[in-house]
Design a protein around this ligand. Structure first.
Ligand SMILES: [Zn+2]
Length: 86
């Protein structure tokens, strides 16, 4: 069954689907003559296929996070009170 544009009675072609909320989609049709868009009433979205056999690779051998290295100089400064009383 051909859809007809309500404006110019031209032929409507399926354009895309729009998300219509609550897991439903609404097919959107486009007039091949004047380009008018017509959205159908929403209907339940098609179930998505689960991506098959695409396992995430586990990160290996990264080891524990390294501690930032503080030089003895800096450590000594940090231990001292840096704010002398005036
Ligand atoms: Zn049209």
């Amino acid at each position: 069954v051909l859809r007809r544009c309500q404006i110019c009675r031209g032929e409507m072609r399926f354009s895309h689907r729009e998300y219509a909320g609550k897991g439903s989609v609404a097919p959107v049709w486009r007039c091949t003559a004047c380009g008018a868009l017509a959205r159908e009433s929403a209907r339940a979205a098609e179930p998505r296929e689960a991506p098959a056999s695409r396992r995430k690779r586990q990160l290996v051998d990264e080891g524990p996070p390294q501690n930032p290295v503080i030089s003895p100089d800096v450590a000594a400064k940090l231990l001292r009170d840096p704010t002398p009383d005036a």
